[in-house]
Design a binder for this molecule. Structure first.
Ligand code: PLP
Length: 415
């Protein structure tokens, strides 16, 4: 599907043709059941009427239906945040003693979730580079439970060969989860063979930075022949027997959302839907701007300030960019000023760009990495994630790209 098709799909799906044209907000936490029989049917799943807002809500359902369409999935679950979606998926699938393999760079919260929080519950983790297929295969052979990657490692910007990793996961019957926050519409991981896609809808999907949210999108499960029927997932088999195609949704709701409660709220989902209406327009605009800004800043900034973006020929991932990310790889580029002091000077000399810890916003944002998101990380973890002393992450917005270029060029005179 191309951007023009998405423009039609998104506005058609999100509004209503009859009655209120904007999405309807249903803030109720509970829902009256008509009679005892209806209550039983709702709890058994035979009726799809709302049960209680912790496990679903009509406004969230609208958001879930739209995101399921754009990811070409079977169904979705909206959550309170991107970390809520990732926690839900990992909590639902992993048990004490299981191991998860994390490939490539990671958002700080995902890294600490795996490396600190899940570790406290006995879940083991390992990390490797996006192209270390020897290690990936070794790990898969050792019967790990799950692989997680980001479609574009943030902020290192390494680009994985998603299809190749998905094929390996199929060969070894292992669940493959992709965080597609950076590249909605640009990458459709389920079509490449992923099992679950997670997003922080706080970022590109909303764009307006008015709503924290997340969503997980699932493929259909074939309860006759599916990699989930592998004996290493035997604790899930009872749910799969009953839930069939919707098994991954049932697994996440019953084994995480119901008991932990990382549920989206109706008003948040409404705001996310408003952002989603213009997603395709914004993604096209931003990705064209990023490539232009990276190219010109790479040429014009002083040589001791380096620009990193996969669209630049010097990038390690230029080949994967050309092959797999034809319409761009999201809003991020990075600028390395070598030292923290110089990075601070550059940041504090910018007049248009906003300094904040967000990405995928309608405004251009920038942040020094080591002193903020990655401040608690040890040297080894920072090295793996590519967090150097002078690294600034920039997320390009909707402004005139020439204004952003001028803002950085002028600021560089003060470094
Ligand atoms: C921001 C982000 C998250 C976490 O999302 P929240 O909505 O902030 O919880 C996860 N993954 C990536 C790639 C992100 O950028």
């Amino acid at each position: 599907m191309n951007f023009e098709d998405y423009n039609t799909l998104l506005v058609q799906e999100i509004g209503n043709k009859v009655g209120p044209t904007a999405p309807v907000i249903t803030p109720s936490a509970s829902y009256g059941y008509k009679d005892a029989q209806e209550a039983q049917n709702i709890f058994s799943g035979a009726s799809k009427l709302p049960l209680y807002a912790r496990v679903g809500n009509p406004t969230n359902a609208k958001l879930e239906a739209v995101v399921t369409k754009i990811e070409n999935g079977f169904g979705s679950i909206a959550t309170s945040s991107g970390m809520g979606a990732i926690s839900m998926v990992l909590n639902a699938i992993l048990n004490c003693g299981d191991e998860v393999l994390c490939i490539g760079g990671f958002f700080g919260g995902t890294y600490t979730l795996v490396d600190e929080t899940l570790k406290r519950f006995g879940v083991k983790s390992s990390f490797c580079e996006v192209d270390d297929f020897q290690y990936i295969e070794e790990k898969l052979k050792s019967n790990i439970k799950l692989i997680i990657i980001e479609s574009v490692g943030n902020p290192g910007l390494r680009l994985p060969d998603i299809k190749k990793i998905a094929d390996k996961c199929h060969e070894y019957e292992t669940i493959f989860v992709i965080d597609n926050t950076t590249t909605p519409l640009l990458v459709r991981p389920l079509e490449l063979g992923a099992d679950i896609v997670v997003h922080s809808s706080t970022k590109n999907m909303s764009g307006h930075s008015a709503s924290l949210g997340g969503i997980a999108v699932f493929r259909a499960v074939n309860n006759k022949k599916d990699k989930l029927l592998n004996t290493k997932y035997k604790d899930l088999h009872k749910i799969i027997e009953k839930a069939g195609a919707a098994s991954l949704i049932a697994i996440c709701k019953k084994r995480a959302m119901r008991d932990i409660g990382m549920s989206a709220n109706a008003f948040g989902s409404f705001l996310t839907l408003l952002g989603l209406e213009t997603l395709a327009l914004r993604i096209k605009r931003v990705n064209e701007s990023v490539a232009k800004i990276a190219k010109i800043l790479n040429e014009k900034l002083p040589k001791d300030i380096s620009v990193n973006h996969p669209s630049l020929e010097k990038s390690k991932d230029f080949k994967n960019y050309k092959m797999f990310f034809k319409d761009g790889c999201g809003p991020i580029l990075t600028i390395d000023c070598i030292t923290q002091n110089r990075a601070f000077k550059l940041l504090d000399s910018l007049s248009i760009v906003t300094q904040t810890a967000n990405i995928g916003d309608n405004r251009t944002l920038a942040l020094h990495m080591k002193s903020t998101i990655y401040r608690d990380f040890d040297g080894k973890s920072r090295k793996f994630l590519g967090i150097t002393d002078g690294l600034i992450r920039v997320s390009i917005g909707l402004e005139n790209p020439d204004d952003i270029i001028q803002d950085f060029l002028k600021a560089s005179l003060h470094v």
